[in-house]
Every structure is written in C-alpha cells, then in structure tokens.
Design a protein around this ligand. Structure first.
Ligand SMILES: Nc1ncnc2c1ncn2[C@@H]1O[C@H](COP(=O)(O)OP(=O)(O)O)[C@@H](O)[C@H]1O
Ligand code: SF4
Ligand SMILES: [Mg+2]
Length: 320
C-alpha cells in the first residue's frame, strides 16, 4: 500500500475572468517510507495550490476541489472537515511554507508555539511537552534556549529550522516543503538542505520537496515531477529525469542550471507562463517550445509512460 496516492487532483479558483485551474488533474504516489518527490515548477505553476489542496487549507476563492487523496489506504477526501483537522492535518501530513516568518505569532515565544500543537493534541503534560520541544529544537540544529526567544529574535535560517520543528512535533510520516529555502541566502540554504537530508534519513520521513530550483531539488529527491501550468509534464526517478529529460520544458530547466565543469549552455526560456483561465490550445507549452510541431498547436498531449517509470507529456514521445 502506498503511503500517499493522489488521483486526478483538481483545484480551481473562481476569479472574475472565469475558472483558474491551478492544479489540473495531478496524479502521483509515494510508495516507500522515506521517499522524497521533488516537484519543480516556475512561479504560478500551481505548487503552493497543490500543497494547500493536500493540507485542505482552502482559500475562499476555491471554486472547485476534487479528486482522490489516499493516505495509508484511506481516501482523505471522504473525511469531514472536522475529522481531517483532528486526525490528519499536522498529525499525518505537515507542511513548511515559504517564508517561515508567517508560521509564527510574533508575540508568543517560539517554544510555546511549538508546544501548543502538542498540548492541543492532548494526553501530555505541559512539562513533558516542553521537554519534547527542547529536544526537537536540538534535533533541527537549534540550541535549547531558542525555546524562550520571540520569533523576531531569530535569523531567517533559525526561523526556518523552528518552522521545521513545528511541522515535525506530532511525528507526521509525511511533510510538504513549499520552497522552504527560497527566502534564504545561499549558505544558509545549503545548511537547511543538509538538515532536511539528515531528517529524511534519521526519521525515515517522506517528503514532497517543492521548488522552482531544479538543481536544489536534485539534492534531496528520489523522484522528480515537473509541473507546468498546473499539470505534470514529466515524472520519473531523479537520475532518469536529470540524465535524460524527455520534455523540452524539463530540458530547458536543466540547461539553465550553471555548471561547474564543462561548457555552460545558457538555457533561456522566453515568454510568459500560460494563462490558467484560458490556457493555450494543444500543448500548454507550445508558445514557448523550441521543438513545437503541427500536433502541438491543437492537440493536448497526455502524460504517458515513455520508458519504465519515466513519464512525459509531449508529442515528441507519444504516438500520434
Ligand atoms: N487565492 C487565489 N485566488 C485566485 N487565484 C489564485 C489564488 N492563489 C493562487 N492563485 C493562482 O493560481 C495559480 C497558481 O498559483 P500558486 O499555486 O501560488 O503557484 P506557485 O506556488 O507555483 O507560484 C496562479 O495563477 C495564481 O495566480
Ligand atoms: S508537445 Fe510539442 S510543444 Fe509540447 S513540449 Fe512537446 S514538442 Fe513542445
Ligand atoms: Mg508558491
């Protein structure tokens, strides 16, 4: 049984111009404990909407939310809001959002905020909860005295570590990381990536690592999914996707990664991301694709298994 299996998940926002399809029929699975799926997409491709859909944190503008989310054999979409809040959110699936700033109340000490989640869950004394929080703070690389600090007394990297501790406090088997390092400078980013790698191994944590940075995701991910205009356009084992990217969009993303060795191949991706209210007909990437040919302009390609376990949405790899 897969830990997590998503089947045709859809989330749309109702906006003045119509229905904006932010997550468009997305399917994937995390089969093994400790597996990390990296989800890569440029800004506006639907990454945060996917995380919010999995956490069932729905903005009032959400007009359409459907599909199946199987977790440990249960379809979470069938649970009531109350059941989901009580049994799943933070306990089974936790999230670290972009910019940890917003995860904390500025007027409450960090340790008390992390402990609050444990205390709300019940069955634990205040003293025991505080002890647990202190040891978790140490596990994420913070000293125990951070417990008594206010959020503004922490640096960006420390705050992100505290946000990771907050997400881990109820021992969830799955954690969703939405651009967890994008607000940090490069050296701090590397430290947080090392922490995530260590946690992945030590706790056998399963993760969705969501980023616009394909190089960063390569560091941590076992599998990679590439998101474009709300849809997966490529999916596979990280070595396959990086070694032999099939979709021209993935190829462009990889070509833009600076290389230490070899000849740099600047990969310019001109043009804007697709309008998700009225996406281009045919392949959504066709206005920007250097390899577009006749069918791309009118027919929407499906995500198909091109090689074992390696899927792509592209007419170059699909029988016409
Ligand atoms: N609350 C909202 N109301 C209307 N549209 C939204 C809302 N949140 C996000 N969107 C739109 O959904 C699309 C995907 O956004 P988002 O999930 O934030 O992408 P990403 O995290 O990849 O940048 C974008 O076109 C964005 O403008
Ligand atoms: S289907 Fe056509 S336009 Fe789309 S990525 Fe493939 S070649 Fe490019
Ligand atoms: Mg986002």
């Amino acid at each position: 049984m897969a830990l997590l299996e998503i089947v045709r998940l859809e989330l749309s926002y109702g906006i003045e111009r119509g229905l904006l399809r932010a997550v468009d029929s997305v399917s994937f699975a995390l089969r093994e404990a400790g597996e990390t799926l990296g989800i890569i997409g440029e800004s506006g491709s639907g990454k945060t909407s996917l995380v919010l859909a999995l956490m069932r944190i729905l903005h009032p503008a959400v007009a359409f939310y459907q599909g199946e989310i199987w977790f440990e054999g249960i379809n979470l979409m069938r649970l009531s809001r109350e059941q989901f809040r009580r049994e799943v959110r933070w306990k089974k699936i936790a999230a670290v959002f972009q910019g940890a700033m917003n995860s904390f109340n500025p007027v409450i000490r960090v340790g008390h905020q992390v402990a609050e989640r444990l205390l709300l869950d019940g069955n634990i004394s205040r003293k025991e909860a505080y002890r647990k929080v202190e040891s978790l703070l140490e596990r994420v690389g913070l000293s125990r005295e951070v417990f008594y600090r206010y959020p503004h007394e922490l640096s960006g990297g420390m705050k992100q570590r505290a946000a990771i501790a907050m997400a881990l406090i109820l021992n969830p088997p799955l954690i969703l990381l939405d651009e967890p390092t994008s607000a940090l400078d490069v050296s701090v980013q590397a430290q947080i990536m090392n922490l995530l790698k260590r946690l992945k191994w030590d706790l056998s944590l399963s993760m969705l690592f969501i980023s616009h940075d394909i190089a960063l995701a390569s560091d941590l991910s076992d599998r990679i999914a590439v998101l474009y205009g709300g849809e997966f356009v490529e999916y596979g084992v990280a070595e396959d996707v990086f070694g032999e990217p099939l979709n021209p969009y993935t190829q462009k993303l990889l070509a833009s990664v600076p290389r230490l060795h070899g000849v740099a191949r600047p990969g310019f991706l001109s043009g804007a991301p697709p309008d998700l209210v009225m996406p281009p007909p045919g392949c959504r990437f066709h206005p920007r694709c250097p390899r577009a040919f006749a069918p791309c302009f009118t027919r929407h390609p499906s995500l198909v298994e091109v090689r074992p376990g390696h899927l792509a949405r592209c007419w170059l790899h699909t029988n016409l």
